[in-house]
Design a binder for this molecule. Structure first.
Ligand code: PCD
Length: 805
């Protein structure tokens, strides 16, 4: 078993541990079409469920006639709110402390709302059944604009008593949900009153949608013989779903097994609980057969979890020299018909209070008003840690507006105001403690990489050429320096429905020196099976290829809060390292016993314990694993297993410097991205190849959001962008080349120094693209234009600025 002929470097390489560009182990099945998704599941006697949905955005449901539907061959049942009411399941609690109709109870509040659930022998019969259900509606006035909603006499939520506080305190109007504040209002207002310069702007971040390639769905199977419910679904948080189902159905939690198989992208869309899950479970119980419910694309875009829809009114104060003295923000948050936003309980507007960004802003104040409208519920963190994207967009636009006001270069304005490396850990005015950062180094590296001064000179020339009629194309330089806050979160301030946001890892080492590790998170494409094995390889000295990672089955995996908000690496990744260290501590005792020395006389080296000062005397981890199972070691239990439930002491604060160089045609509104440079700092890098892939994917989603993707409503509340013909989903054709780069500033509190990275490119990418558009028109007087910057809107900017002659 001795392999001491190899060099130490060869032993390190053999592990494929931290920092290695290990190929993704999951890709063998994904690239061969061998993935196992919810819709691939077929069970004996399985039925199909589908929804009758409201064509109206606001209406009373006066009658539902199911008779004709029940006549259709293959249709077995039609569930309505009346059927669910005796079970107390016609409404369900939301993640935000509100409640939501499972099926229309007297009225509907948005187009596409679930009205009845048709259960049939197959999907086609279910669809025919849906067509045949007759529903009478009485239309009500529609409220699409949140500002109008707050002054309207039309009451959307007649089920709520306006005089009674909501989940987050007093409500000012029947259509008002909450007011949430952070920072010091009086001090901020004083700073604004006394400032040399104040820039004010309304920044709107439009409504969009995560639109994962695989839509949401589930299969519920109630086994009445042994009382067990199994629920397969596209869940980003399988354990939380199990607990919620137990609480609302009364089925004991040990009798519920929730399984998330392969998931085709999540992006926040699959965090919440949807009426489809509840109806499938009830239908399976009633019918005694498994029931499958899978959304189609229109269902997904119209009804499950949208993102953003924040109207952010900002004021930023500075000295003449450009030192920022204060930031004020009032946000009107459009939450749709029910408050089903997926945020930690104490943060009804997510982590919007990271809106001071990368800057040392001494005084700040934020207030957010949540508002009901006739739109779909479910504000989620679409590639974003709970409204961080909104916050980053807000501050990165405000900086640009301030630069205009000061007539200053926006790169220089940022540099003057960055939090300095020696200020970390940094206490922000709105309540966060940033763990680590080195913004100046990243910024200088980025500016140098793109030859910033050269670009500005080119731009000056371009403006002159444009004015001289020599070109119809403008050049925009989009700058962004973002700071994220990911890894929710310390249990002391982060919970979802009362469940503390820790995460977990359980490891079993097998006698022959291979291992199985299970986590409370669930990959949706991120590559956890690859990267978590790498963390363990380095911690326990067994090759990553000998370690299987399993997630997503609540019967086997330890309890965890799931994967979203880039929390897996900061929280479950930390649990993995900590569990690995427990394994190592026991291995050390075994090694010392086998080597006949004291525990403290052996030390760990890559893949073995060796006697201090005598490296030729060692036991490899493989040998130790075997001994753990076949030798009676005094004072030690046999076996080699460990569990860690990790409660992080703080969030992690990844950051990055992004620069987008864009050409814009003023006559057609078309854009061409000439260069995109993305520098990310996510602390210790586990797998540089996976990180690069994460950045490419996130930037492409950012491109989509900034340049065209939108959930748009007309005045009647009709969704105008409910298909992929209208909803922009970029393909390789629209995707530009990206240059990635990095610096490494480890997190001081994470066991391996890693921060999250999955969301960073979206958080930083959207303002970089949008700032490029704005910057191109800066010389012609543009201050603020709403996203998405599709061709028509860009053309319109040019027109409004008088550039069409
Ligand atoms: N990493 C590394 N290193 C570091 C960090 C990290 O390597 N430093 C890696 C890891 O391991 C993994 C990844 O990377 O694998 C990621 O991570 P993170 O950041 O931690 O995150 P996660 O938690 O895992 O995940 C989550 C995210 C999110 S949140 C989202 S949206 C998205 C992202 O992730 N999604 C997705 N990405 C992705 N990808 C894919 N493919 N798919 C998907 O779906 Mo949310 O909140 O949910 O909205």
């Amino acid at each position: 078993m001795k392999d001491d002929v190899t060099t130490r470097e060869a032993r390190i390489d053999g592990l494929q541990g931290l920092g290695c560009k290990r190929k993704r182990v999951e890709d063998a099945r994904f690239t061969q079409g061998k993935g196992n998704y919810v819709d691939d599941l077929t069970l004996d006697g399985m039925l199909a469920g589908d929804f009758v949905r409201s064509p109206y955005a606001h209406a009373r449901v006066t009658s539902i006639d199911t008779e004709a539907a029940l006549q259709i061959p293959g249709v077995l049942a039609v569930l309505t709110a009346k059927d669910l009411e005796p079970l107390g399941l016609h409404w369900m609690p939301t993640l935000a402390g509100d409640k939501q109709m499972v099926l229309a109870d007297g009225k509907v509040l948005y187009q596409g709302q679930e009205v009845a659930f048709v259960v049939a022998e197959d999907r086609f019969a279910a669809a025919d059944g849906v067509e045949a259900v007759m529903v009478d509606y009485e239309e009500l006035p529609v409220l699409i604009d949140p500002f109008e909603s707050l002054t309207s006499d039309v009451v959307l939520r007649e089920d709520l008593d306006p005089t009674v506080d909501g989940a987050h305190g007093p409500r000012k109007h029947p259509n008002h949900i909450f007011t949430w504040e952070a920072g010091d209002q009086a001090a901020t207002e004083q700073v604004l009153a006394e400032a040399d310069v104040v820039a004010e702007e309304m920044i709107y971040y439009h409504r969009t949608h995560p639109c994962p390639l695989e839509t949401c769905g589930c299969v519920a199977s109630m086994d009445k013989v042994n009382g067990k419910l199994t629920l397969w679904g596209t869940f980003q948080a399988p354990h939380a779903i199990r607990t919620v189902i137990s609480l609302i159905s009364g089925i004991e939690e040990h009798n519920i097994r929730v399984i998330s198989p392969d998931i085709g992208g999540g992006f926040g869309n699959k965090v919440g609980a949807y009426p489809g899950y509840v109806c499938s479970v009830v239908a399976s119980i009633v019918m005694g057969k498994p029931v499958k419910w899978i959304e189609d694309r229109m269902d997904n875009l119209m009804t499950t979890a949208f993102a953003r829809d924040y109207h952010m009114q900002g004021k930023i104060a500075a000295t003449k020299e450009g030192k920022i003295t204060g930031l004020w923000c009032h946000t009107t948050a459009d939450h749709g018909g029910f408050d089903a936003c997926a945020d930690p309980t104490k943060f009804p507007a997510g982590f919007m209070n990271i809106c001071t960004g990368s800057y040392d802003i001494p005084t700040a104040y934020l207030a957010v008003d949540g508002v009901y409208t006739n739109k779909a519920p479910g504000g989620v963190a679409y590639r974003c840690s709970f409204r961080v994207t909104e916050a980053a967009y807000f501050i990165e636009r405000m900086i640009e507006v301030l630069a205009i006001e000061l007539n200053m270069d926006a790169a220089e304005l940022r540099r003057i105001n960055f939090i300095k490396a020696d200020q970390f850990p940094y206490q922000s005015a709105l309540g966060w403690e940033y763990d680590s950062g080195d913004y100046h180094t990243a910024w200088d590296k980025a500016l140098k990489a793109v030859d910033y001064d050269g670009l500005r000179a080119e731009q000056t020339q371009r403006v002159a050429d444009f004015k001289a009629g020599k070109t119809r194309k403008l050049l925009g330089i989009g700058l962004t320096h973002f700071t994220e806050i990911v890894g929710a979160g310390p249990v002391k301030n982060c919970d979802i429905l009362g469940l503390g946001m820790f995460d977990s890892c359980e490891i079993r080492i097998h006698p022959t020196g291979s291992a199985l590790a299970r986590l409370g998170t669930i990959s949706q494409g991120q590559g956890h099976a690859t990267t978590f094995a790498q963390i363990l390889a380095t911690e326990i000295g067994l090759p990553a290829d000998s370690i299987t990672i399993e997630e997503g089955d609540t019967d086997t995996a330890p309890y965890g809060l799931g994967t979203y908000g880039s929390r897996s690496t900061p929280v479950a990744g930390a649990a993995t390292a900590m569990a690995g260290r427990k394994i190592r501590a026991k291995a050390q005792m075994i090694a010392a016993y086998l080597l006949e020395v004291h525990d403290n006389d052996v030390e760990f080296d890559v893949d073995r314990f060796m006697v201090k000062g005598a490296p030729e005397r060692f036991k490899t981890m493989k040998e130790i694993a075997f001994a753990a199972y076949n030798q009676a070691i005094p004072g030690l239990e046999p076996g080699l297993e460990a569990v860690s439930y990790y409660d992080p002491p703080n969030m992690t604060y990844p950051f990055g410097a992004y620069i987008c160089v864009m050409e814009l045609d003023v006559d057609t509104g078309e854009h061409e991205i000439r260069q995109f440079y993305a520098l990310d700092d996510c602390g210790t890098r586990i797998n540089p190849m996976i990180i690069e892939g994460q950045v490419h994917g996130g930037l492409t989603e950012a491109l989509a959001i900034a340049m065209g993707q939108e959930i748009a409503y007309d005045d009647m509340g009709n969704v105008k962008t409910a298909t992929l013909m209208d909803f922009f989903l970029p393909t390789a054709v629209e995707t530009p080349h990206y240059t990635t780069d990095h610096t490494v500033t480890p997190s001081p509190h994470h066991p391996i120094g890693a921060k999250g990275v999955g969301e960073s490119p979206n958080v930083g990418g959207v303002p970089a693209f949008s700032n490029a558009v704005h910057d191109a028109f800066r010389a012609f007087g543009l201050r603020q234009a709403h996203m998405p910057h599709d061709h028509w809107r860009v053309w319109k900017i040019a027109k409004d600025l008088g550039l069409h002659g």
